[in-house]
Design a protein around this ligand. Sequence first.
Ligand code: NAG
Ligand code: NAG
Ligand code: NAG
Ligand code: NAG
Ligand code: NAG
Ligand code: NAG
Length: 549
Amino acid sequence: MIFYELFLQLSCIIVWTSLVSSSPIWDQKNQNLIKSRNYVPKTNTFDLTLKRVTLAPDGFTRSLATINGQYPGPTIEATKGDRIVLNINNELGEPTAIHSHGMFQRGTPWFDGVSGQTQCLIPNNYEFTYDFAVPDQAGTYWYHSHARTQYVNGVVGALIIHDPDDPYLNEYDEEILVILSDYHHVDAEILLKSFLSPASDGNEPVPDNGLINGKNNFNCSQAPPGSTCVDNAGLAKFEFVRNKRYRLRIINTSAFSAFFFSIDKHEMEVIEVEGTYTKRNKIHRLPINVAQRYSVIVTANQPVDNYIMRSEFQKTCMPDGAKNLSVVTAVVHYDGAPEDSTPISAPWKDFLEECIDLKHDTLQPLYDEKLPEATKEMELTIAFHNNSMGVVIAFLNESSYEPDVNFPTLARIFAGQADNLPKSRNAFTFDTVGEVVDITFINTDEGDHPFHMHGHQFWVLGSGNGTKVDKGALNTVDPIKRDTSTIPASGWTVFRFVPDNPGVFGIHCHMICIWHLQAGLLMQLIEFPEEIKKLDPPQAWVDLCNLQS
Ligand SMILES: *[C@@H]1O[C@H](CO)[C@@H](O)[C@H](O)[C@H]1NC(C)=O
Ligand SMILES: *[C@@H]1O[C@H](CO)[C@@H](O)[C@H](O)[C@H]1NC(C)=O
Ligand SMILES: *[C@@H]1O[C@H](CO)[C@@H](O)[C@H](O)[C@H]1NC(C)=O
Ligand SMILES: *[C@@H]1O[C@H](CO)[C@@H](O)[C@H](O)[C@H]1NC(C)=O
Ligand SMILES: *[C@@H]1O[C@H](CO)[C@@H](O)[C@H](O)[C@H]1NC(C)=O
Ligand SMILES: *[C@@H]1O[C@H](CO)[C@@H](O)[C@H](O)[C@H]1NC(C)=O
């Protein structure tokens, strides 16, 4: 059981630590940003109760771990400059931690919500409040449990930060949220147990279905005998008015599956990726990997009718068992079109290579930015192989991440006990002001891995096939800045980032990574430990660790 717990925490994380000089450069920057506009910040409070509820999103009845009884959970909305307060009431029957994915958490590293890294778990039947500001970021984000497999069991929701300075504000009339997900009929803890057994040979659990905004149909003749299941549970429906322009915020909350997203006969123009505005580039099919988010503008310029919205599984990067999965669909209904007619299928046919991110030629930053020169280079190799028990787990430079859930890295720093962390903590400390770091990941695995960095965005300088980085192919002129990027199968990716955020932040594989995270693929960045010690964590956060024994 102990090994099981450890593996759960392992697969996909890297943690870093960085140190900041005594002058709070980050505060200064934020202050300037806030002063630059006329918005009066407010505090947005959300009461979120985590509890088990029996639901049937696609007609198949199962118990889900929900937020306020909903799946996906309620959407958290705020405006750049605001505070976000999340009052978590844990009634799940097991401990939890809630991560707000993509939030920088400057000055509040204890609210990043990662068990073993930034906090002790919130026990069952306990309340805990996350309280952080979003002074300098806006865009499409999400929040989810960062404990065990709870997010695969349902603890996810969208987190949207509106931007009073949005350069595209006058170029769309309305916003629409589209949450894409893969979906399992079996509890994720059972799936994880089987994934982390020798029998799986490292093959990730294959989803039973996919959902758009928590809905889809399922063919119940494929459900196991004795299940409670109804056919034609219903598709999500999006209402369009002809000639209106919509900003679709698309979030992939999958555990494993990447998708191609499209709407029949409608073009889309990408304008945002994970909080970075992009030039308006037209596409027909959008590749979106686990944990990634995009905004696109879609104009309702087609004849009044019903159209199919599709989220196609990218099966090349999934185990063979995924072959039978169908395209996940929803309906785009124009005002005035018949309510119940089946749309004619007219999929876009553009070829897209599977299992890699949207190419840079359609993903250019809107604003010019002078890229700082790298002062430090790091290289890490991702590998999956059997451990001594015959279980396939993940390694970064032959070290599989193992957290100490009862004494998280951040708490250790406050206690002055963060020197000489065990190798399996995969911790790297950054304590030089002005440092700019290039991290090269060499992926020797046959699967692609979406990597997410906490507390930061990073520039994606390039990626490619093989184990040798083509330095000449790196883009240091106008690379995109984001927080989740796919490292191709048997390939490499170079990230550049600036350690400037005192705290402990993970870099980890997300998708499978929930599976792989649970299998060791994580590193911790410890940034400016001496600055961290000058911060004043709330007593409620300290208390969480006192409750554990
Ligand atoms: C459901 O699956 C069964 C068995 O695979 C098949 O015969 C049937 O046509 C399917 N029904 C629908 C509505 O696709
Ligand atoms: C979501 O991300 C997962 C993991 O990378 C990926 O397999 C899946 O295809 C993505 N879904 C979409 C719709 O892109
Ligand atoms: C796919 O569906 C076919 C027909 O229903 C079935 O025989 C086969 O076992 C399925 N394959 C997988 C990998 O589930
Ligand atoms: C990881 O291993 C490679 C190859 O042995 C080595 O060059 C590199 O320095 C290691 N990375 C770190 C961060 O130790
Ligand atoms: C891992 O071990 C299993 C059996 O214990 C074996 O069948 C498999 O080939 C091994 N895989 C690797 C990658 O070594
Ligand atoms: C990487 O390899 C894949 C599969 O062999 C190929 O389709 C793709 O074009 C290659 N990409 C690059 C950048 O060479």
